[in-house]
Design a protein around this ligand. Structure first.
Ligand SMILES: Cc1ncc(COP(=O)(O)O)c(C=O)c1O
Length: 458
């Protein structure tokens, strides 16, 4: 389009009201939620940027496909449609439906894991890491070195450090390495994309050492957008073809359909190897359900099948990446420190840099999360020492490598005015910077503590 306005390539048919709240009310809600926005009621939130997972607005085509959902226990038509769609897209022969991404992770990594086993990734997502560590195995992150330079401009900061990958294979021995997981885009590494060149290199190393290469592909369409627009040699290819080229490099994939499949629930595991697929099928039946529904209703499978086609629409992808980029550029110009270059599904703010007066032990990221809710009713998530911090033997916090806050943008849900509102709230955040204060944890669970921790103000 010749005009500069970011144009949402859809019309709104159904609306959901947003209840307007005051700062005073939000102060009360936040205290009641123990300063952890996961405990807030959604009705008390103005703009919900907690996650882009399962929060998409479905299209008319998806809703109508849901009406033809076949709820048969076995061999449902919905399953056959979904299976065909996944097969056509990924090329993998064995497809196991699951109720969401982490169920596929638990099945595959539960089977492959165990004490003494090692998994290596550009960055394990939190549920990926938790599922691996739960088996007693070790999860090692090897993002490229530039990924830790928050404002450093590089087109593919989600890449894996392939030199390190080879040296780790030497260190641990190929037989002890259960899988190499390439997460595209690299969510916990700032949502940065992975280049095809990097995927090819990872694939070649996996072939050389006979290692299993798994793609965590829940944002594969957004990743394909970056490859087409940032990597040489892809301009004339469609986004779907680029995704297919990446799938062809791997031995299997795990997908949370709650992201780049525009679905509110669902996921799958797809594999090349029959023996591995059979082992996983055993586990699927025990916990998820029969092989042709895996914990999903027929109508959900139809929604995913349609979503997997819609996500590669060039107009949608252009709007999606431009809209997130618009938010990132405005915040950057305002002086908010954030991971650059901008990515597809979220903006990641460096809270430690924004609040240098709050030590990591007092969780600057959580402080910003609370401020954004208080000042503007915006809900988002800390991706720092609350999420990834550990304790040493004496109970001292071992902080995460970064103190980030993620503003994830649900797909097709908010308009450009909502994005402008978020930018305006940040003007307030900057003005009130000095008065933000840290928090201490008063209650936590052992695994994935960020979901359920309670905090109090310091
Ligand atoms: C990269 C990545 N992998 C796995 C998952 C887990 O998927 P789910 O939330 O569907 O269990 C997520 C969810 O956010 C993710 O971003």
């Amino acid at each position: 389009m010749k005009y500069k306005t970011i144009f949402e390539p859809f019309k709104i048919k159904t609306v959901e009201p947003i209840r307007i709240t005051t700062e005073k009310q939000r102060e009360h809600y936040l205290k009641k939620a123990h300063y952890n926005p996961f405990f807030l009621h959604s009705d008390d939130v103005l703009i919900d940027l907690l996650t882009d997972s399962g929060t998409s607005a479905m299209s008319a085509a998806q809703w109508s496909a849901m009406m033809s959902g076949d709820e048969s226990y076995a061999g449902a038509k919905s399953w056959l449609r979904l299976e065909k769609e996944i097969h056509d897209l990924t090329g993998f022969e064995f497809i196991l439906p699951t109720h969401q991404g982490r169920a596929a992770e638990r099945i595959l990594y539960g089977y492959l894991g165990g004490k003494g086993k090692v998994f290596i990734s550009n960055t394990h997502f939190d549920t990926t890491r938790a599922n691996i560590e739960f088996t007693g195995a070790t999860a090692i992150d090897i993002p490229m070195p530039e990924s830790s330079m928050i404002e450093f401009d590089h087109p593919f900061k989600g890449n894996m450090d392939t030199a390190k990958l080879e040296s780790l294979v030497e260190t641990y021995g190929a037989t002890n390495i259960s899988a190499i997981i390439l997460t595209v885009t690299n969510n916990s590494g700032g949502g940065q994309p992975v280049s095809m060149h990097n995927a090819r290199e990872v694939s070649a190393i996996c072939k050389k050492y006979k290692l299993l290469f798994i793609l965590d592909c829940c944002r594969i369409a957004e990743n394909s957008y970056f490859i087409r627009n940032r990597e040489k040699g892809f301009k004339s290819k469609s986004y779907r073809t680029i995704a297919q080229e990446m799938f062809a490099l791997a031995d299997g994939c795990i997908m949370s359909a709650k992201k780049d499949a525009f679905a509110n629930i669902g996921g799958f595991l797809a594999l090349k190897n029959k023996h591995l697929a059979e082992a996983c099928t055993n586990l699927l039946i025990i916990t998820e359900g029969f092989v042709t529904y895996g914990g999903l209703a027929g109508r959900d499978m139809d929604a995913i099948a349609v979503g997997l086609q819609e996500i590669f629409d060039p107009d949608y992808l252009h709007y999606r990446i431009s809209s997130t980029g618009y938010l990132a550029d405005h915040l950057h110009k305002m002086g908010i420190p954030l991971i650059m270059p901008s990515v597809g599904h979220a903006v990641y703010i460096d809270a430690a840099k924004l609040y240098p007066h709050i030590p990591v032990q007092e969780y600057p990221g959580q402080a910003l999360v609370c401020e954004l809710y208080l000042k503007g009713g915006i809900r988002c998530v800390e991706i720092g020492s609350v999420m990834f911090g550990k304790y040493d033997a004496r109970g001292k916090l071992i902080p995460a490598s970064k103190e980030l806050v993620r503003l994830a943008i649900p797909r097709r849900v908010y308009t450009q005015s909502h994005i402008d509102y978020v930018i305006e709230v940040f003007e307030e955040i900057i003005k009130a910077k000095e008065s933000a204060h840290g928090l201490r944890i008063t209650h936590e669970l052992e695994l994935l503590r960020h979901f359920t921790a309670h905090f109090e103000k310091i």
